[in-house]
Design a protein. Structure first.
Ligand code: GUN
Ligand code: FE
Length: 466
């Protein structure tokens, strides 16, 4: 049995009453939190006396000078795009960005490149405090993303992107409807609930425009029978919505609702441009939305009215989106931006999101969206040990009056020292324990160059060679 004992901890529990505990010991056995109690004096003396038989098999972590918090849940990321960071930098909105850069690069990626891009993304996520992510991959080689997640130790719910609409998808990524469903079902069979439930699988119809009605309908029918969720982009960009309107004579969320896609098992990324009727559908159907503030600003998509959605009791989670449109997967940065953008929200004059609201979005709400609130999202007895230790011993975290304030506005992921996922230490004193970071960085650099060359994107990037 593996045991970890965290002593002298200042714990932001994110439990239902958001308790903050000081001088606390958290006992972890295998993958679970089995005890939370006051740190006793003899814990400290045991910690100091080296090589005592009864503690030899326990990893003791002294958390003095740190906040212990639940691992962050990033509900929308594309780790397959991590090697595209910085490629399409400025002046592009969603649809030309996809057609001119993202699709050409995704379409040339081989299995090894998908593996390295995903591994690089997971490394960045873990190093900045994310323990769980919902990852939408490309149409091919999704096994390699699962293998990367398996290797590095992150908790991941991964979806293969599904794209079968020949009106909008380039031939190089276009799938046949039944092949797309068959491949998703194969991935579900092979990977869902693998590694003690750490790896899970979802359907990933990319967005309305990329899919046929038949594909969306069939997915919703399968979802009704099997306990599998769906990860989709929705209502992100005005041109995209206009295209949806031309095709269906309805707004995006209305289309998805009519097709049976909107519900508690759906995570809908962005949801920026919504009519009141669409907000009501999301609320009534208990759908989960993912706010991706940096991506929404970088692609000039707009600002999601989070206070309005929260007022309607919609489950709002946070996502970094991909490195190709963020360009950083540190969820602390997206939490800060989410909190700040809510100040200029048009939704309500009386309701602005607090730092604690945003922390809830990035922990418990994310866990709920992925159907895992009974296991993750807070530090509570019996839950999985997915924890992050954030250092307070630096100027930007001093003085300490208000913990939620400090975590949302003052820090970023660089203060994350140690990360535990499923009861295993995955980051120790800022070093990843399951992979060699130096190899990953050199592989990433050469493969990113290879992808840019293969796709011809290198010729568009004047700044790379100048
Ligand atoms: N809509 C469809 N595909 C994508 C994607 O890869 N990124 C973003 N931000 N929006 C999308
Ligand atoms: Fe996205």
């Amino acid at each position: 049995m593996s045991k970890i004992k965290i002593i002298n901890a200042l714990v932001l529990t994110m439990d239902t009453i958001n308790r903050i505990l000081s001088d606390t010991t958290i006992m972890i056995e295998n993958d679970k939190i089995v005890d939370i109690s006051r740190t006793a004096d003899d814990d400290n003396s045991k910690q100091k006396s080296e090589k005592r038989d009864d503690i030899d098999d326990i990893d003791v972590i002294d958390a003095r000078g740190m906040i212990v918090m639940p691992g962050l849940v990033n509900c929308h990321v594309h780790t397959v795009q991590t090697l595209f960071r910085g490629v399409a930098s400025d002046g592009l909105e969603l649809l030309p960005w996809l057609q001119e850069y993202i699709y050409p690069m995704e379409s040339v990626m081989d299995r090894e490149e998908v593996y390295v891009s995903s591994l690089l993304g997971y490394a960045e996520l873990i190093r900045s405090g994310t323990t769980t992510c919902a990852d939408m991959q490309s149409v091919r080689h999704t096994d390699k993303a699962f293998q990367a997640a398996e290797k590095i130790g992150i908790r991941a719910t991964i979806a293969k992107a599904m794209m079968d609409n020949e009106e909008s998808v380039p031939e190089s990524l276009l799938e046949n409807t039944s092949d797309s469903i068959r491949e998703s079902e194969r991935l579900i069979k092979q990977w869902n609930n693998i590694d003690n439930g750490r790896l899970r699988c979802m359907f990933g119809p990319r967005f309305i425009q990329g899919c046929t009605t038949k594909l969306l309908k069939e997915i919703s029918e399968i979802m009704n029978i099997e306990n599998i969720g769906i990860h989709i982009h929705a209502a992100e960009n005005l041109q995209e919505i206009e295209n949806d309107m031309k095709r269906y004579k309805k707004r995006s969320i209305e289309i998805l609702d009519d097709l049976g896609i909107v519900g508690p098992k759906s995570i809908l990324a962005h949801c920026i441009h919504l009519s009141d009727a669409e907000v009501n559908i999301l609320s009534k159907k208990k759908a989960n939305i993912v706010h991706c503030p940096t991506s929404n600003l970088k692609l000039a998509s707009g600002i999601c009215d989070v206070p309005k959605l929260l007022e309607k009791r919609i489950n709002v989670t946070i996502g970094a989106d991909g490195a190709a449109c963020n360009d950083n997967l540190d969820l602390f940065k997206d939490m800060k931006l989410a909190a700040l953008l809510s100040r200029i929200s048009k939704g309500s004059e009386t309701f602005a999101t607090s730092a604690m609201d945003i922390l809830e979005s990035a922990t418990r709400a994310g866990a709920k969206a992925l159907g895992m609130l009974d296991r993750i999202g807070s530090i509570e007895l019996g839950k999985k040990a997915d924890l992050v230790l954030v250092s307070l011993c630096n100027p930007e975290m001093t003085p300490l009056f208000n913990i939620p304030n400090q975590l949302v506005y003052a820090t970023d992921g660089h203060n994350v020292q140690t990360v535990i996922i499923d009861g295993k230490i995955i980051l120790k004193n800022r070093k990843l324990t399951h992979i060699k970071e130096t190899d990953l960085i050199s592989d990433s650099q050469s493969m990113a160059k290879r992808i840019a060359e293969k796709s011809g994107i290198d010729r568009k990037m004047t700044n790379l060679n100048s």
